[in-house]
Design a protein around this ligand. Structure first.
Ligand code: UD1
Ligand code: UDP
Length: 364
């Protein structure tokens, strides 16, 4: 199978984004395989998503695991080079902005294999974020750039990318949301965790919020105050757990710390929430479509469309409680939703990939 499409995935958000693209390429009859790098490996960070989202079992799991950026990236590069050399594909598809994304793009480029980047062109303009480094470099290396929102087209154009490479297709993460929406059972998720009818959901895992103890303690102080106004369910990413617990999150009244949740249960909880407090990229987008107010504990966002067309608002730790009070007292937002977030991004990507492959084999 020398001319197949290989999807390289490794971390939780990759699985949610890849599922509709894999499904649409399957429907289009394209040969393909899935390589899991093993960047995320816990049952609740990885395998549950494959089962719930109908992703095929990975053809290969490289088992790369955790480490510093250099160690993890080095292990990814080595393992991916061996894999893509042993079974060279006709196209390497990468997703989002995690270390697995950049490593796969870099290995493919050096092997002379074409790369498609799904979720290209997002920019926070904050180079202290590892994701910003990964995004910028991946976009430089990719031949096909699939874009989720209009401003991303502008960012790529400003960086000198020729328009032929850029395809505004919508948002595959929202395809997944729409495909599974009837299975998001808010009441069941709430009852399973003993939450009252009105509750908030919190997710925090960005290094800027959880790695530095003083940042973690500012976040925990803000969350403890927030919990005076509304009970909070906090499914914690393993990265931040120790730091947030050390800063006293576990002892806070009306704060329930949970394990990371599977997709369906998490989205059930999100759907029924009165407010969401997060630093996640995906959650800013999902709340936009679910029309749940979202307070993003970050100084910037690479997803400004969630602010202009959605429910999202950026807050500092000090600004969290005033924003929360305003949100809880205000009338629910009724955003129009960003253009092309209509559940059909996977189909559009599959059509472009199919045409691109036809044109390529024609010229070969
Ligand atoms: C990664 C991405 C981030 C993304 C996040 C999604 C990079 C640079 N960052 O961050 O952009 O938002 O995934 O969830 O790629 N760990 C476990 N079990 C696992 C996986 C990780 O316990 O299955 C723990 C390990 O202690 C590990 C730490 O989490 O060192 C961080 O994992 P890593 O993949 O390096 O980065 P994330 O913080 O998950
Ligand atoms: N998610 C989940 N369970 C959780 C937290 C998140 O299923 O406990 C899902 C949710 O769909 C989210 C996606 O995983 O959009 C990616 O989440 P994460 O915040 O880890 O990554 P980011 O989008 O910040 O890169």
């Amino acid at each position: 199978m020398l001319d197949h499409v290989v999807h390289v995935v490794g971390a939780r958000p990759n699985f949610v984004k890849a599922a509709p693209v894999v499904a649409a390429l399957r429907a289009a009859g394209q040969p393909q395989s899935v390589v899991h790098t093993g960047q995320h490996y816990d049952e609740r960070m990885s395998h549950i998503f494959f089962r719930e989202l109908g992703l095929p079992e990975p053809d290969v799991d490289l088992g790369v695991g955790s480490g510093s950026h250099a160690r993890q990236t080095a292990a990814l590069l080595t393992a991916l080079e061996a894999e893509l050399t042993a079974r060279p594909p006709g196209l390497v598809m990468v997703y989002g902005d995690v270390n697995s994304t950049l490593a796969a793009a870099l290995v493919a480029a050096k092997l002379g294999l074409p790369v498609a980047h799904v979720e290209a062109g997002l920019r926070s303009f904050d180079m202290t974020m590892p994701e910003e480094v990964n995004r910028r470099l991946t976009d430089q290396l990719a031949e096909l750039l699939f874009v989720t929102s209009a401003e991303a087209v502008g960012h790529l154009a400003n960086e000198g990318v020729v328009p032929d490479r850029i395809h505004f297709v919508g948002n595959p993460m929202i395809d997944t949301l729409m495909a599974h929406l009837p299975r998001f059972d808010a009441q069941a998720a709430r009852e399973a965790h003993g939450l009252p009818e009105r509750y908030g959901v919190v997710t925090l895992h960005r290094p800027a919020n959880v790695d530095d103890p003083s940042a973690a303690s500012a976040a925990v102080k803000a969350l403890r105050e927030a919990a005076e106004h509304i009970e909070l369910a906090v499914p914690l990413h393993p990265r931040g757990r120790a730091a947030l617990e050390a800063a006293g999150l576990g002892e806070a009244r009306r704060v329930r710390i949970l394990e990371p949740l599977g997709y369906l249960e998490f989205m059930g909880l999100l759907r029924g929430a009165a407010v969401v407090i997060t630093d996640s990229g995906g959650v800013q987008e999902e709340t936009t479509v679910l029309r749940v107010p979202c307070l993003t504990l970050r100084p910037n966002t690479e997803r400004p469309v969630t602010v202009t067309h959605g429910t999202n608002r950026l807050v500092t730790p000090d600004g969290l409680v005033p924003a929360l009070i305003e949100t809880l007292d205000g009338s629910p937002a009724a955003p129009e939703g960003p253009p092309l977030w209509d559940g059909r991004a996977g189909e559009r990507i599959a059509r472009i990939v199919t045409d691109w492959r036809k044109a390529r084999s024609h010229h070969a």
